[in-house]
Design a protein around this ligand. Structure first.
Ligand code: FES
Ligand code: FE
Length: 459
């Protein structure tokens, strides 16, 4: 494996210090490192771009980013989804200047070269004069295409045409992620376009937090629990702490999830017990967010017995996928029987070493009643939205860490990941992966950095 040396002599081992489980704060503000990250991570790994329900009709398109590379995500007449680089092969202009729409052809505004939704070249104006020249065939003049994979309707793409398969990228995480994305007959529906805003910080600050930092919840998000803002009734933060215990799951690919006991989560809101109850009874008592009671039989149809059992008992609630995805499937039942839960995914899209675009994708089960979808949309905006009660705490913190990465002295500080539990398989556990029972520690986030190290060390 080839690594790298930065202009001042620093190597990858000086930045991600594996002997002591530390990371140099300077990684958050290094222009050279950022360029390498675009090449070695964002041009190599699978990235989330959106959901197929955003482009339901032939010709529908959305424009998204894979790192700093912009792409057009389209649906063609054969219902196939394509991801094409939004760079005109003629002279480098953006081919599509809209953010979303429907078009059977994308025509570059500079000299008029036109492309089909599948990226193939249609022609140039004054075609009979052979405006695309004699040296190239039409088949060579299409848009550059990424490799695409749909998972539960989520659109993933990579430039690594011969690299790891999507299944290898998910690894042992699939057992858990299926419980969130592939559990009902019609699957998830994205509610409206994503919310977006740009924050002055490096993508790795929210990125590593998404490696399942549960520790910050008790302090940074303390006011949510103290005030009972998400429907709780507990008087003090300490009463809520048991709801934070569970099993953290992680894989060497850098993805992780926090699986929290449903009964403990529910105790924050009402005094009920799961004891002696069947899986079905437990699901009826506390259905996953967005799953109405009449959708419960579909869970048994689409998931294995073990997956449903976990979803009913100790569901994955929050976590992330490497490199830049946060998952928030928040259980927050209301004492009136309703749910203020939310299903949201964020991507943290790099926009330079010191800027990140925060993109909030909001979901509900497609077969849920309209009222439930409206509630889910409202909950997700209020909680995980760009000005949501949860996210504004985080969005206030990240730029302050960023600021500290710039000082001559501050940047020599290290981030510490030394509170390691070590993996340990709990009793009655069905899934695979690296398992860390108890209260959240640094293990999963350290695994995130190890995945970062692995990719950055590859030339
Ligand atoms: Fe697009 Fe010339 S740059 S047609
Ligand atoms: Fe947070």
């Amino acid at each position: 494996k080839a690594t790298f040396t930065l202009a001042d002599g620093a190597t990858l081992d000086d930045l991600v210090i594996r002997d002591t489980n530390e990371v140099s704060l300077r990684v958050m503000n290094d222009h050279e490192l950022y360029k390498l990250e675009m090449e070695r991570i964002f041009a190599k790994t699978w990235l989330l771009l959106g959901h197929d329900t955003e482009i339901p009709k032939a010709g529908d398109f959305i424009v998204r980013d894979m790192g700093e590379d912009q792409v057009i995500v389209t649906r063609d007449r054969n219902n196939e989804i394509h991801v094409n680089l939004n760079v005109c092969p003629h002279r480098g202009m953006k081919v599509c200047t809209a953010e979303t729409g429907n078009a059977q052809a994308h025509r570059c505004i500079y000299h008029g070269w036109a492309f089909r939704p599948d990226g193939s070249f249609i022609g140039a104006p004054v075609e009979k004069e052979k405006m695309h020249g004699n040296q190239r065939e039409k088949s060579e003049l299409g848009l550059k295409k990424a490799r695409v994979r749909l998972y539960g309707g989520l659109i993933f793409a990579t430039w690594n045409i011969n690299g790891p398969s999507f299944d290898d990228f998910l690894g042992d995480m699939k057992f858990y992620l299926d419980q969130l994305f592939c559990r009902t007959d019609s699957g998830l529906e994205m509610l409206g376009p994503p919310q977006r805003f740009v924050l002055p910080c490096n993508w790795k600050i929210p990125g590593e937090q998404s490696g399942s930092d549960g520790f910050h919840t008790l302090t940074l998000h303390r006011s949510l629990m103290e005030g009972g803002i998400m429907g709780g009734t507990a008087e003090s933060i300490y009463d809520n702490a048991p709801g934070m215990y569970g099993v953290d799951v992680s894989v060497p690919q850098g993805h992780s999830l926090r699986c929290l006991e449903a009964a403990q989560t529910f105790k924050m809101f009402a005094d009920v017990s799961f004891e002696g109850k069947t899986t079905e009874e437990r699901l009826n008592l506390l259905p996953p967010p967005g799953v109405t009671k009449d959708l419960i039989p579909q869970l048994f149809k689409n998931l294995s017995k073990e997956q449903v059992e976990q979803l009913a008992t100790i569901p994955p609630q929050v976590g992330g996928m490497f490199p830049n995805i946060l998952l928030a499937f928040i259980f927050a039942p209301r004492t009136d029987g309703g749910s203020s839960g939310a299903l949201a995914l964020h991507t943290y899209v790099p926009k330079g070493p010191d800027k990140v675009e925060f993109v909030n994708f909001i979901f509900a089960e497609k077969d849920a009643p309209e009222q439930v979808k409206r509630d889910m949309l409202q909950n997700a905006i209020q909680q995980t939205g760009t000005s949501g009660i949860i996210e504004q705490d985080d969005a206030d913190t990240w730029p302050q860490i960023m600021r500290n990465s710039r000082g001559a002295i501050s940047k020599t500080m290290t981030l510490k990941y030394q509170a390691l539990h070590g993996h340990e398989r709990p009793d009655n556990w069905y899934g695979e992966g690296l398992l860390y029972p108890g209260f959240t520690k640094d293990d999963t986030q350290w695994n995130w950095w190890l995945a970062y190290y692995d990719l950055m060390a590859e030339a």
